[in-house]
Design a protein around this ligand. Structure first.
Ligand SMILES: Nc1ncnc2c1ncn2[C@@H]1O[C@H](COP(=O)(O)OP(=O)(O)O)[C@@H](O)[C@H]1O
Ligand SMILES: [Mg+2]
Length: 273
């Protein structure tokens, strides 16, 4: 089980993630929602180790990993989609995926097992490339892919690592309408695996409604709602946030009588904007 306890980070005077406590169980897909600037990506960075907490802790299966480097957390099964900087731009799509598969495998030192491992690795890489609908780009250099295909490659490499916790931060952002279902199908497939914990930051509420077992709402760095999707979606706090309340505006108390102000068009960063 992944858990954050009072997880907090300050940037100067700004508290980007503010005492967030939540536990994420295997077999559960939790959607993390909230307006732009709410702290969702920063929360992911704290969990994956790209950022160090100012206070609070991150626990994985009972171990405090708050101060561990990214590599150690990855080794423990925390899977954050690869950043473009971690790809090998001059290698092909298939080669990048193969390296990700290989990083997960162990083989003996005799040549026969190296050979079997090499074959198995390549087959697994091909299968993953197929699963993200990149088979026709398998031999293209990673750097030559358009944005949507690069995101698919990131997902293939993430799955190759076989993490126990998957973190997807707006996985379909900037994708064409044809590519979106490929990624959503993959996430749906992971969700069906009982031992996987999936965290998904997603703006599209129809996607959230369909995939999430639970919704956590962040606002101004704070966890402001956490529960069953229907209840959370129906709550005033979410209705206000998604009816266009500007991110900087404090949300009124849940029982208050708000007067939501529509934010200027384009203020909220839409996934495909
Ligand atoms: N490295 C950083 N240095 C300073 N401020 C940051 C940094 N990373 C994020 N922030 C700030 O933290 C807040 C939350 O950002 P972010 O986590 O990206 O929000 P979200 O992903 O919910 O849109 C924003 O106000 C952002 O400007
Ligand atoms: Mg973000």
């Amino acid at each position: 089980m992944l858990e954050t306890r009072d997880l907090t980070i300050r940037f100067g005077g700004h508290v980007a993630v503010d005492h967030v406590s939540a536990a994420f169980r295997p077999g559960t897909l939790t959607a993390i929602v909230g307006p732009n600037g709410a702290g969702k990506t920063t929360y992911f960075n704290l969990i994956s180790g790209q950022l160090r907490a100012s206070a609070g802790s991150v626990q994985l299966n009972g171990t405090d990993i708050t101060n561990e480097p990214v590599s150690q957390r990855t080794h423990r099964g925390l899977g954050r989609a690869f950043q473009l900087t971690q790809l090998f731009p001059n290698l092909t799509v298939l080669e990048n995926v193969r390296l990700a598969v290989q990083s997960r495998r162990r083989h003996g030192l005799d040549l026969w097992s190296v050979w079997l491992d090499h074959r198995g690795t390549l087959e697994r890489a091909r299968e993953l490339v197929q699963r993200v609908a990149l088979a026709d780009r398998a031999d293209a250099a990673a750097s030559s892919l358009p944005h949507g295909d690069q995101r698919k490659l990131e997902v293939a490499m993430l799955i190759a690592l076989e993490p126990s916790v998957y973190m997807f931060d707006e996985p379909t952002a900037g994708m064409s309408v044809d590519d979106v279902p490929v990624i959503l199908d993959l996430i749906r497939g992971l969700k069906a695996e009982a031992d996987k914990t999936v965290l998904l930051v997603e703006h599209k509420m129809d996607v959230v409604r369909e995939l999430a077992d639970r919704i956590v709402v962040l606002h101004n760095g704070k966890l402001v709602a956490d529960g069953e999707p229907e209840a959370v979606i129906a709550s005033p706090i979410v209705q206000q946030a998604y009816l266009g309340l500007a991110p900087e505006t404090s949300l009124p108390a849940q029982d208050g009588a708000p007067s939501p102000q529509p934010s200027p068009a384009g203020r909220e960063r839409g996934p495909a904007a």
